[in-house]
Write a protein that binds this ligand. Structure first.
Ligand SMILES: NC(=O)c1ccc[n+]([C@@H]2O[C@H](COP(=O)([O-])OP(=O)(O)OC[C@H]3O[C@@H](n4cnc5c(N)ncnc54)[C@H](OP(=O)(O)O)[C@@H]3O)[C@@H](O)[C@H]2O)c1
Length: 337
């Protein structure tokens, strides 16, 4: 094992605004053998997630920030090359917190710990990093478990053309809701309807956004699946009906900045809205069931999902920026090997 060399991107300083490769050091070292109860796995794909940007910040959050000098934390899809863990063998494909490196030592436990990927004919393994993995399970948890979307509801999804958002909207459609997506640019707004089967798509960047959102939600909004925060979220909350439900999935509009957000809570009080933040780290119990159901929907063509893939470990910082530019179509991945 000692002959194999690893390349790792370690956080060198806390980025300000957009990230750059200069915020990391690229280090090479031999891959140590697997420890007892662990596997060594070769990273195939990195899952690029908006939350990676938050992990780089020294602010209170749901996991400890990545320390300076530490390998950048990230989910990934990897192939086991050495195992000292029962039930895992070389050749197995696994999901785990690989980090931004070519080889990772993985062991079960902890949030989003090691899991063997099911081999499903007709489904590319990388689907288990997106629509049948973390992003789809987030959409499932938010729409079904948190918001309990159903017949007669009007549901609004923000960042709707993205990986979580497109899945969330399609799940709400499957559950019988009328679904309106909010996304950036006319092309994405159109694709929400044409490609993902939403009832309407609204471009938040164009003039008259609030009026167009109002026109697209004539009966108000019962469920908001919120991914963005800030002005987009405020506009959606302004359309909500009394006793509406908000599944607060993410707030990407503030992740690149330093501060938080200030929101006037009066409409939430006046409308008696139910707001619930939720996170994948609490979804271990529903994950297998949700992933199975999502895989079935994808195979039946009832849910569509795309991936945007960039090549090479050192592209990871730029791939992360692409999420903040809206330059991704569906799940953002880095192919490492
Ligand atoms: N709660 C959880 O456990 C959990 C798990 C995974 C993800 N999430 C959250 O889900 C959200 C989406 O994540 P994802 O991985 O699926 O990414 P994604 O939606 O595929 O990509 C991010 C999208 O966000 C939009 N965006 C970026 N900056 C924006 C801004 N300032 N204002 C409005 N829209 C902006 C862009 O789309 P446009 O071109 O439309 O602007 C971009 O394509 C994020 O908030 C993330 O934190 C939560």
């Amino acid at each position: 094992m000692g002959a194999i060399m690893n390349r790792q991107l370690k956080l060198a300083r806390r980025p300000e605004g957009r990230v750059s490769l200069d915020d990391f050091t690229l280090e090479e070292s031999p891959v140590p053998p697997a420890g007892e109860g662990a596997v060594v796995a070769r990273t195939l794909f990195l899952s690029v997630d908006p939350t990676n940007r938050v992990w780089m910040k020294d602010v209170p959050q749901y996991m400890p920030p990545v320390a300076i000098g530490e390998v950048m934390r990230s989910g990934g899809l990897a192939e086991v090359i050495e195992s000292r863990l029962d039930g895992f063998a070389p050749g197995d494909l696994v999901f785990g917190m690989t980090g931004w490196q070519e080889y990772a030592h993985l062991r079960p436990g902890g949030p989003l710990g090691l899991a063997k990927l099911p081999q499903v004919p007709g489904l590319a393994p990388e689907k288990f990093l997106g629509v049948c993995g973390p992003n789809g399970v987030t959409a499932y948890a938010g729409m079904i478990e948190v918001a309990d979307v159903g017949e007669g509801d009007t549901a609004v999804v923000t960042a709707a053309a993205g990986s979580v958002g497109s899945a969330a909207g399609q799940i709400a459609k499957l559950k019988g809701a009328r679904v309106v997506g909010i996304a950036g640019g006319p092309d994405k707004a159109r694709r929400l309807v044409d490609d993902y089967g939403f009832d309407a798509g609204v471009d938040y960047r164009a003039d008259g956004f609030r009026d167009r959102l109002k026109a697209a939600t004539p009966d108000g909004v019962d469920v908001l699946f919120e991914n963005v925060g800030g002005a987009v979220m405020e506009a959606a909350i302004a359309r909500m009906n009394p006793k509406g439900r908000i599944a607060l999935s993410g707030m990407i509009s503030i992740y690149n900045g330093i501060g938080g957000t200030s929101y006037d809570w009066a409409p939430i009080m006046a409308k008696r809205l139910k707001v619930q933040g939720f996170n994948l780290i609490d979804c271990g119990e529903i994950w297998p069931r949700a992933a199975r159901e999502l895989a079935g929907w994808v195979l039946e063509g009832r849910i569509k999902a795309e991936e945007t893939i960039v090549e090479g470990l050192t592209s990871a910082p730029e791939a992360l920026n692409m999420l903040f530019d809206g330059a991704n179509r569906g799940k953002m991945l880095v192919r490492v090997a």
